[in-house]
Design a protein around this ligand. Structure first.
Ligand SMILES: *Cc1c(COP(=O)(O)O)cnc(C)c1O
Length: 369
């Protein structure tokens, strides 16, 4: 018997679609979107100019292998452009990796509060998502290694992780890598690497360069401020890059994204300003919120995970409603199993001050925002 209508293959309808950060404030209230880890500094003016210049040439297909962009990334990070592949955001890269390496019944592994795109990508590929417990909101290398089975094909590690903001030092990443069988691909998702200011952190470049089963994913969406354009890339062993090139769309990265990406990489001043802004305001905001009696997970990214009480009127949901009345939109992270928490993106100076003031009012029991 054939079905009465077309039916997606097994696994597709098990997926709970990714829910992006909210971006609506009540009517008449100024919106402060602090729910998607976007940069308050915007894109580099040079990237915007490069983007505009492409408008006159939109009838042309882009260079399908994004050669100039790969060369610019290679020059900026000291990498061989032949071992780079670009994508429509690193989300595309993560999905390509899952589709290339996971088949029906294969397992993809990630940590408890790991980025939700991993679960979606693994399931969409027909695989089985496997989750390893974390400790102190941080990936646990022992738990990850213990969860590996003969069916494991990929381990996804966001480092630093979203939504927790925690990271694994390079020693720990190397220990994880040593604990994996040679046929398991370790995907290091370093979307926030540029923000990290820790001597014991390494984004993945060194490990990719020295092994055959590690790939690093990066994005232009976060510190470079190009989230709306969709641009990411991966650095990996030649055989992994070859596999991704075979399954990606032939023109998966648009011409405006290519040009803006090249210009963004050249604007080191803009990047440094973004790092300096985050350094200052991440520390200030974390300290002020902790001083209100809320638990803040130590973060090395551009966002903070804030834990609320379970007391009536004091929960994360109550705080979310209170902040939303003031136009302050944070990210609910119940889908991660973090229903007691909200994630706050570090914003412009004024926005961070508004959030702290609002949380102070919320904690002191103000009924109305
Ligand atoms: C934001 C983010 C990404 C990627 O986003 P794209 O916009 O698709 O490049 C990847 N991983 C993590 C952990 C992120 O937070």
């Amino acid at each position: 018997m054939s079905a009465a209508r077309p039916t997606p293959r097994k696994g597709v309808l098990d997926i709970e679609a990714y829910v992006p950060g909210k971006s609506a404030a009540p009517p008449g209230v100024k919106l402060h979107k602090l729910s998607s880890n976007e940069t308050p500094l915007g894109a580099s003016p040079r990237a915007i100019e490069a983007y505009r210049a492409v408008a006159a040439k939109l009838e042309f297909y882009p260079d399908g292998s994004a050669t100039k962009l790969r060369e610019a990334i290679g020059a900026r990070y000291g990498l061989d452009p032949a071992r780079l592949v670009c994508g429509a955001g690193s989300d595309e890269i993560l999905n390509l990796l899952a589709h290339a390496y996971i088949g029906p019944g294969d397992e993809g592994l990630y940590s408890e509060y790991g980025f939700l795109v991993y679960k979606i990508a693994i399931t969409a590929a027909g695989g089985v998502p496997v989750v390893a417990k974390e400790r102190n909101n941080t990936a646990d290398v022992d738990a990850l290694i213990a969860a590996v089975t003969p069916r494991t094909k990929i381990v996804f590690l966001a480092n630093p992780n979203n939504p927790t903001g925690t990271y694994l030092p390079f020693d720990e990443v190397k220990r994880l890598h040593r604990g994996l069988p040679a046929n398991v691909l370790l995907v290091l998702d370093a979307a926030y690497a540029e923000y990290v200011r820790r001597n014991d952190y390494e984004s993945g470049i060194e490990l990719v360069a020295t092994s055959d089963n590690v790939v690093m994913a990066r994005t232009f969406s976060k510190i470079y401020g190009l989230a709306g354009l969709r641009l990411g890339w991966a650095y990996g062993p030649a055989h992994v890059i070859d596999a991704l090139n075979r399954i990606r769309g032939p023109f998966n990265v648009s011409a405006p994204a290519i040009e803006a990406g090249i210009a963004a990489l050249a604007d080191t001043e803009h990047l440094e300003a973004a790092v300096a802004h985050n350094d200052r305001w991440l520390a200030w905001t974390a300290k002020e919120i902790a001083a209100l009696g809320l638990k803040v997970t130590p973060s090395v990214g551009n966002f903070l995970l804030i834990e609320f009480s379970t007391d009536k009127g004091r929960t994360a949901q109550d705080a979310d409603a209170f902040l939303t009345q003031r136009g302050l939109i944070l990210r609910a992270v119940g889908a991660y199993g973090l229903g007691k928490c909200l994630r706050l993106t570090i914003g412009a100076a004024e926005q961070n001050e508004l959030v702290v003031a609002a949380l102070r009012d919320f904690m002191s029991g103000a009924r109305r925002a």
